[in-house]
Design a protein around this ligand. Structure first.
Ligand code: IMP
Length: 415
């Protein structure tokens, strides 16, 4: 039997609940991989009652038998990675025995973190983890990679600080060098050429799960530019971020919340600024998993979702946090945009247009309070929730196969 290669992608602005969906499907996969972004991502998973937030390591590795790869497209914060490893080890997950890190991955250096607190970073509303400045230096060809420390490339290290026009004293530079060198030496046994590893996995026909971080509308090329992150968050970035051209992709699982949230600045046409937005925020516990910032909340936006489903070539949908909509009498859903009385059905390109458009809404009936713990199968779901799901399927021409309604792993129905 040939191996399965699948991708999980967020269809909104991140925080769709990818961690939980990945946790459910992980046992099918021997390997999992993160190919882009850095500690700005936060995939939340619960192990027994412990909340774990994965920032670099693929969250599928919570499953005992799933191995984890961090490929060359990721940018790493060595301190955060060390803490992540310790947290997992303390919870009994022997991550060091099954973690493979690319020797080509770029490193987040102290000046990157400083730069990510600039006025410009504040305008974008970044997570201030230094991710954007690290990608910027990667493209400027002055960035530092894991292999530079592994092979004692002090010359590049010195050049990096010269390029940043930081005149640090020799002992300060030495301290930084030693800190990184030590951290990377500690991970020596986990650092490999992940390009070769990925080739071998596919050759050996072993199942591979690819985890996209963030969400489609934060993609550097396809998101609401410039209010985006600095990496590819969509299926479009997979091959470059892996450093390996996949022979095929068997399945793309698109994860979407039953409503929409966004952290940071930028256009959000279906944002609900009234009291109902507050209800979504409180019931959905909508606070950033990396920064703790309150997330902006609103309704489903089908213009944006159609765009996301199309560019990722999504095979099926996983709908999360359905329970948060319990008790809304009516649920607005945005079906098109209007600009000067003209209807726009396509996702507009520039943010100045997105800022001006108005949403055209349909109102779907709510399903009232239901105790999801008593629901055992898809057909037992309340009639109005089934209508909500049907509406999503009709609009996006894609089946909803997973419905999640709570933190617990058992609060999920698949079909
Ligand atoms: P950066 O990725 O830290 O540069 O931040 C750029 C934008 O992406 C900001 O609006 C962040 O809030 C947003 N962002 C980055 N990662 C995530 C994520 O995992 N979830 C939600 N928003 C994110």
């Amino acid at each position: 039997m040939r191996c399965k290669i699948a991708i999980v992608v967020g269809l909104q602005w991140g925080d769709e609940g990818k961690g939980k969906i990945i946790d459910i499907i992980a046992p099918e996969y021997k390997w999992s991989v993160r190919f882009g972004g850095g500690p700005n991502a936060g995939h939340t998973v619960y192990l027994n009652s412990h909340k774990i937030i994965f920032h670099h390591i693929p969250s599928a590795s919570i499953n005992k038998d799933t191995r984890a790869i961090i490929s060359s497209g990721v940018v790493l914060d060595v301190d955060i990675l060390q803490k992540e490893i310790e947290t997992l080890e303390n919870l009994g997950i022997n991550i060091k025995e099954k973690l493979y890190i690319s020797n080509r991955a770029h490193l987040i250096m102290p000046p990157h973190k400083t730069e990510d607190t600039s006025e410009f970073a504040k305008i974008i509303g970044t997570t201030a983890q230094g991710v954007g400045p690290t990608y910027k230096d990667k493209v400027a060809r002055v960035g530092l990679r894991i292999c530079d420390f592994l092979y004692d490339n002090r010359e590049r290290f010195i050049d990096f600080f010269k390029y940043k026009q930081l005149n640090l004293a020799q002992d300060s530079l030495e301290k930084i060098w030693q800190h990184y060198k030590q951290n990377i030496d500690n991970l020596k046994n986990n650092i490999v050429d992940t390009t070769i590893l990925l080739q071998e996995i596919v050759k050996k026909d072993e199942n591979l799960l690819i985890e996209c971080a963030h969400g489609t509308l934060l993609d550097i090329d396809f998101g609401t530019y410039p209010y985006v992150t600095s990496s590819h968050t969509t299926v479009c970035g997979v091959n470059a971020g892996l450093g390996f051209y996949l022979p095929r992709i068997d399945e793309v699982c698109g994860v979407m919340k039953a409503y929409t949230t966004r952290v940071g600045s930028g256009p959000f046409v279906s944002e609900e600024k009234g009291p109902e937005g507050k209800i979504l925020q409180e019931k959905g516990r909508e606070f950033g998993s990396t920064t703790g910032r309150p997330r902006r909340c609103g309704w489903l936006d089908f213009v944006a979702l159609k765009f996301a489903v199309t560019i990722n070539n999504v095979s099926y949908l996983a709908l999360t946090k359905v329970d948060v909509l319990n008790e809304f009498k009516e649920i607005p859903v945005l079906v098109s945009y209007k600009l000067n009385e003209k209807i726009l059905d396509e996702y507009p390109l520039p943010v100045n247009i997105l800022d001006k458009v108005e949403g055209v809404y349909k109102y779907l009936p709510g399903w009232g309070y239901i105790d999801f713990n008593k629901i055992e199968s898809f057909n037992n779901l309340p009639a109005n929730l089934l209508k909500y799901i049907e509406f999503i399927e009709e609009q996006l021409k894609t089946p909803v196969k997973i419905i999640s309604f709570g933190i617990d792993k058992k609060n999920v129905i698949t079909r």
